[in-house]
Design a protein around this ligand. Structure first.
Ligand code: ZN
Length: 219
């Protein structure tokens, strides 16, 4: 009886990258699109208010770079950002606004999401924690680098439950909503940026979020 050939599978749903064993006439495959094409840059300015970061940023967490780009587990398939809270209730939009504490007109480089203190803050997508620390205005915060080159930032946390270097999935718990930093009350400040450009999370997450309360996102 003829034995069937064993499938080249580990039985764990894992797919091993194909490694060429010999030099053949075939042209090299094009680079995969969903990989870090540019290593996510460290923010040159405070994502909350645009003020310059201190020259020595080591205190805010371990920087990442080529090592992350080589991490196949982080090079996930294309994904859609989800909202970092299970219930989405925007209290302050992205854009110019009168700062609630400073009383002057400033760019708000993210959205504020209402949530009681202690609400779980979830990673907007798969990636790796690059920073977890404290800044005067942002309070306790976490930054996550994602395989599509974006970095997400979660501010004013009461508790941080991750540390730099940790891999996270979409929906992994990063910390808890709080009122640390320059705030008038507990909420989550959420920033998305790529290559020093901040994006309105409403445009990036939109209605494709996992949030059950998607009706709040309608114009
Ligand atoms: Zn904010």
């Amino acid at each position: 009886m003829k034995r069937a050939a064993l499938p080249l599978s580990l039985g764990l749903g894992l797919t091993l990258p194909f490694l060429p064993l010999s030099t053949s006439a075939k042209p090299a495959p094009p680079p995969s699109p969903a990989i870090f094409t540019a290593s996510p840059a460290e923010p040159a300015v405070d994502p909350d208010d645009g003020s310059p970061l201190p020259p020595d940023t080591a205190a805010w967490g371990r920087p990442i770079g080529s090592r992350l780009a080589a991490d196949s587990a982080v090079n996930a398939a294309p994904f859609t950002f989800r909202w970092p809270l299970d219930s989405v209730d925007i209290s302050s939009n992205f854009g110019m606004r009168l700062h609630p504490v400073e009383g002057i007109k400033k760019m708000h480089k993210g959205v504020d999401l209402r949530g009681p203190e202690g609400t779980r803050v979830l990673s907007t997508g798969p990636g790796r924690v690059t920073r977890a620390g404290f800044r005067n205005k942002l309070g306790r915060y976490v930054a996550v680098a994602h395989p599509n080159g974006f970095i997400s930032i979660y501010g004013h946390l009461s508790e941080i439950l991750v540390h730099p270097g940790m891999r996270v999935r979409a929906g992994s718990i990063l910390g808890l909503v709080g009122a640390t930093g320059k705030v008038t009350g507990p909420h989550l400040h959420f920033t998305l940026y790529r290559e020093d450009v901040t994006f309105d999370p409403l445009l990036m997450v939109g209605r494709k979020s996992d949030a059950p309360n998607d009706s709040t996102l309608l114009p």
